[in-house]
Design a protein around this ligand. Structure first.
Ligand SMILES: Nc1ncnc2c1ncn2[C@@H]1O[C@H](COP(=O)(O)OP(=O)(O)O)[C@@H](O)[C@H]1O
Ligand SMILES: [Mg+2]
Length: 246
């Protein structure tokens, strides 16, 4: 079971991300047209069918994609300017680990996130090994990432983000390939993270306790409110659609 949400605690350093009148085109698809969001809460869940726009929203929020119209702001500053001033503010854990992982070995991949902080390669590798050892994964350090399972690669992606420690963590279906202990550990890590965390998932139990969940439907915000309410509304809608198609 996921850990209880700790949104009531005040130690979270919440950044202020906002999306204003955003239009996003990907290929020939208009994903968003006039999307407005203020993302202030320390824990925000993102749910909705495949193709609803969850990944597209995360790509906008971390600056991988630029809107054709409208703005994405971090603390009131256009995201690209904010990132140029101070890199490493918003980090994305990709849905597919192979889109994220760059280096051949686990320790090099984890060390990558520390280099922007000014660490030498040697010190970065040493810190990566320490983190792995703390998690009883010391033997992963020299291993080839390609020789890990999908779920293990997803764990490496999470650890890279954890070690790089950006102010905002965007996790795109992070539970998808994890085994049950892996899911429980990640849920615990998310609950303990001092940063703002946004999580997209189809495993609703992982966001039900969040103070805020957004339900995206074909690029529009269908619902926005407390996790238990929005998750229940989405589940009821799915049940209705299944019934209607019987
Ligand atoms: N690389 C791409 N090129 C063109 N269209 C894309 C691409 N990726 C996603 N889309 C389209 O954008 C829409 C939103 O997709 P996406 O953000 O991946 O949804 P989700 O993550 O909720 O499944 C879908 O209609 C999808 O077909
Ligand atoms: Mg997606």
């Amino acid at each position: 079971m996921p850990e209880p949400d700790r949104t009531a605690q005040t130690h979270h350093a919440t950044a202020r991300l906002s999306v204003e009148g955003v239009r996003l085109q990907r290929g020939t698809t208009t994903v968003f047209d006039g999307l407005d969001l203020r993302l202030d809460e320390p824990r925000i869940g993102l749910i909705g069918d495949n193709g609803a726009g969850k990944t597209s929203l995360f790509r906008l929020l971390c600056g991988l994609d630029m809107p054709q119209r409208g703005r994405v702001l971090l603390d009131g500053i256009e995201l690209h300017a904010a990132r140029a001033q101070r890199p490493g503010q918003v980090g994305l854990m990709f849905q597919n680990p192979d889109d994220q992982i760059i280096f051949p070995t686990v320790e090099e991949e984890l060390a990558l996130g520390l280099r922007p902080l000014g660490l030498s390669k040697r010190d970065a590798i040493a810190q990566a090994r320490t983190l792995l050892a703390q998690r009883d994964l010391a033997e992963w350090a020299p291993r080839a990432v390609a020789g890990l399972s999908q779920g293990q690669r997803q764990q490496v992606c999470w650890l890279s983000l954890l070690i790089a420690a950006p102010r905002v963590l965007l996790l795109d279906e992070p539970f998808a390939s994890l085994d049950l202990p892996g899911q429980a550990r990640l849920a615990r890590d998310i609950a303990a993270a001092p940063q703002q965390v946004l999580v997209s998932t189809h495993v609703l139990d992982h966001v039900r306790s969040f103070g805020r969940v957004l339900w995206l439907e074909r690029g529009r915000l269908r619902a926005d409110g407390p996790g238990h309410e929005v998750c229940a509304a989405y589940e009821a809608d799915v049940a209705r659609r299944l019934q209607a198609s019987d």
